[in-house]
Design a protein around this ligand. Sequence first.
Ligand code: SAM
Length: 201
Amino acid sequence: MSPPETPPPVRYMDRAPSPPDGPVDLPSLIDGDAPLELDIGFGRGRSFIVRARARESRVIGIEIKAKWSFLVEERRIREGLDNARAFRADARELLERAGPDGCVRRAFVHFPDPWWKKRHTKRMVVTDTFLDTLARLIGPGGELYVQTDVEERADAYEALMVEHPAFEPRRLDDNPWAKSNREVRADEDGLPVYRILAGRL
Ligand SMILES: C[S@@+](CC[C@H](N)C(=O)[O-])C[C@H]1O[C@@H](n2cnc3c(N)ncnc32)[C@H](O)[C@@H]1O
């Protein structure tokens, strides 16, 4: 008897869920009229799935890594969470061409920018340019929630938001929504998490 064949490796890049090309109408991506939320860089997807299970909103997840976007979207489909969709994209590029202005109620950015080398600066997600994009997409009265376990990063994000005319940031002691994978790890390890909630003025 010949040995069982090893299955071919999964090519996540080929199977990752792609967003539409060109201008993207965010509300039309998910049926219904519940408020729109974004989970930017959801990684292994805990925050995205838990938020979708709450059934309070339509949740659009954007993750640059093909593997995580594919696996999290598969799980979302398996769980029948038709109020959410996960996409593989660079959130900076996708949201730049997304609209209409003011369509988003809340954006979550959990533990972004895990890079320290100078040459990686161009990978940073939470920058003044990205805040401009979010300020355009989040309607007045909406919210931007950013959290990190790196104190200096939290201070830098908060300073950017203080300077930005569209946002009014404050610190939170707890995450009132859904914990991300990294947040659960930080809690288990007893590490502090720095949380910023910025109201869209
Ligand atoms: C430190 S991980 C945090 C993952 C998850 N949010 C959590 O808290 O467990 C940062 C995530 O952001 C993703 N990411 C980085 N740059 C991105 C970009 N430009 N667009 C979308 N996702 C991005 C990374 O692939 C990674 O999954």
